[in-house]
Each structure stands twice: as C-alpha cells, then as structure tokens.
Design a protein around this ligand. Structure first.
Ligand code: ADP
Ligand code: MG
Length: 332
C-alpha cells in the first residue's frame, strides 16, 4: 500500500502499534506531545516538529528571521496545547552550503526569539548540509502532575471553544500563492501578514487553562479547525458539532477573501497553522475560563458542542450540514 493511500494518520497508527507500553510514558503517540514521568517533581513534556523548505516555507514569502520564528512557534504550540511550560529547545538544521552565513544565522536568531518570548532556552541541536533548508525543533517542557491537558478528555454535553481568531495563515498562503509577496503593499492585509509571520503560541493561556482545572481536553490548531476537532473526537470517542457561523475570523481575512474571491470561513475551518487552542469544557465553566487573564487577553469563543457518537459535523446557521472544499492538512 502506498503512503498516500494509508494517509498520514493511518501511518501514525501503525507506528503507535510498534511502541511498547512503559510506565515512564504517561501519554505516548497520539497527542500533541508526549508526557513522561521520569520521577521528578513535575512531568516532562516533549514534542518535535519539522519544517521543510518548499513544503512548509518558501524563502520568498517571509524573511529568514520570520521563518525561524514560525518554526519555533509551531513546535512550542504543541507544548502549550498540553498546558505545559516550555523549558529547553533543540534544533536540527539542514542548510544549503551555498547560503550566505548571515541568512542561516537569521533563521536561528528567529527561532531563538520565539523561544525567548516564552521563557525557554536554546540548549542544543545538530547541523547538516542539504540542498534545501529544513528545521526540526524539539521542545522539552514541564507540567505539574495531574494538570496535563489531553485530546482524549472531551465528554458528551460539553462545549467546544477556541482561543483567539482563526484563518490568518490560510489567508496569507492564499494571498502569496495568487498574488505573490507584493500583496503586502495593501495595508488592509497587514494584520494577516503579522499573524502569519510572527504567530504567538498560546503558552500563557495553556498554563492558565491547565491550572484552572476547568478544562477537560485541549489541542492546538495546526491542521485546520475541522480536522483538529476530528482528532479530539477520535481520541475522546465523541461526536463534535461545529457551528460555522460562530467561528471567529482573524483580522484582515475578510479583506483578503474579498480580494481573492475566496472564503475566509473556509480558511478558518481548514487552513491550519493558526496555533490557537481548541478546548472542551462544561458550558457553565465558559465564563470563568474566559476571564482567566491570559485567556481574556486573546478571547475565547464557543464554536460547537460535544455529543455521543463519532466524527465531526460542521453546520451552517440553519443547522444544515456543510461540505468543506478540503479536509485540512495531511502530509501524504
Ligand atoms: P501535531 O499536529 O500536534 O504536531 P501530529 O499529527 O504531528 O501532531 O502527531 C500526532 C502524534 O503522532 C504525536 O503524538 C506524534 O508524536 C506522533 N508521531 C507523528 N509522526 C511520528 C513518527 N514518525 N514517529 C513516532 N511518532 C510520530
Ligand atoms: Mg498539535
């Protein structure tokens, strides 16, 4: 069978079948990050995330500093999704030997800026020469015992909510593909570029949510809201109903959609890499959770509900099921 037939998530399931149960691994393959109990006062949380030139980034789209920053944010976001605090970061960099050195240094300086912004430290890595650039970023963090937020905790009857606003990355990629980097001359699109170039992983919000004890499941939105809701549904054994009209759309997306004749809602539902948090909680906890300071700063919006069953249904304002043009990000 070809990998394209098996699919990214089918392949990951086969890897999960290889991994042995081990008491040190509290959460293994299948969540945003692994949770390890190595005997210390807190649990250790580890994730790795690779970004490849031509696949995840294009050197004409952003500065090298911004590309490095995005790679850092993408990896850190998985630690935030667990309610954990990032500590040490390791970066394996593949770099073309014919690059001027400053360019590679900018890439790593951008990564370091993303790490410092969340109180972490770059502690090591590896360097190899390659015809295309790539960064693989490992983040090690900590979370107190009993506080890790998992994809598997959503329960029927609960509300589904997202932090912040969605769609900016989908909008930015569409703008760059259709119009090229000149699109940023239009000042109305500045908020889209800002969110795309320098995303802010929700570490403070994730910690506050975990510490509050009021949230029963979380993940970060990296493959698109609809697909990521599917991961929560699958890991929790529930059905998710998502109300499209409630999905908060990021600033500048409406203008970008008008410019391109595309749908901002579609970007928010399927675009991916927005790095907001998707959470499940009891409906009567929504107000208290919205008022946690790091959450209040970015906003929290209820976008759906959890029911018994399986899968995700996206409904329009009339309650009719919506068919999405594409599912979301898959590597194969
Ligand atoms: P995310 O989008 O949050 O980074 P992924 O969909 O990339 O999550 O990964 C889902 C789960 O599968 C994670 O637990 C991850 O560690 C695991 N995983 C993905 N690829 C591999 C691999 N090649 N080997 C082992 N585990 C993997
Ligand atoms: Mg994730």
């Amino acid at each position: 069978m070809l990998l394209s037939e098996l699919g990214e998530f089918g392949f990951i399931d086969t890897i999960r079948g290889l991994a042995e149960d081990d008491p040190r691994v509290v959460v293994g393959i299948g969540d945003d990050a692994a949770v390890l109990d190595l005997g210390g006062p807190e649990l250790i949380v580890v994730t790795t995330d690779a970004q490849f030139e031509g696949r995840h980034f294009d050197l004409t789209w952003l500065t090298c500093h911004e590309i490095g920053q995005r790679a850092g944010a993408a990896a850190i976001s998985d630690i935030a999704a667990m309610g954990a605090k990032p500590a040490a970061v390791f970066c394996s960099a593949a770099l073309p030997p014919d690059w001027v050195a400053e360019r590679a240094q900018d890439l790593l300086a951008g990564l370091n800026a993303a790490i410092m912004a969340v109180g972490g430290v770059l502690a090591g890595g590896d360097t190899v020469g390659n015809h295309q650039a790539a960064l693989d970023v490992v983040v090690v963090g900590t979370v107190p015992h009993g506080e890790a937020l998992l994809r598997s905790g959503a329960q029927p009857g609960q509300a589904l909510a997202v932090t912040g606003k969605l769609g900016a990355t989908g909008a930015a990629v569409a703008l760059l593909q259709v119009l090229g980097p000149d699109c940023w001359a239009d000042e109305r699109l500045a908020p889209v570029r800002k969110r795309f170039a320098t995303p802010a992983p929700r570490v403070a919000a994730g910690r506050a949510l975990a510490q509050s004890g009021r949230v029963s499941a979380a993940m970060d939105i990296s493959d698109g809201l609809a697909q990521d809701a599917g991961h929560v549904a699958r890991r929790s054994g529930v059905h998710i109903v998502m109300e499209a009209a409630r999905v908060p759309i990021a600033d500048g997306c409406a203008e970008a959609a008008e410019e391109l004749g595309q749908s901002a809602l579609e970007w928010a539902l399927t675009g991916g890499e927005d790095f907001e948090l998707l959470i499940a909680l009891d409906a009567d906890q929504v107000e208290a959770v919205s008022e946690l300071p790091p959450v209040a700063e970015i906003g929290l919006t209820v976008v759906g509900r959890i029911e018994q069953g399986s899968g995700v249904t996206v409904v329009d304002p009339d309650g009719d099921e919506m068919k999405l043009a594409r599912g979301g990000w898959s590597h194969f």
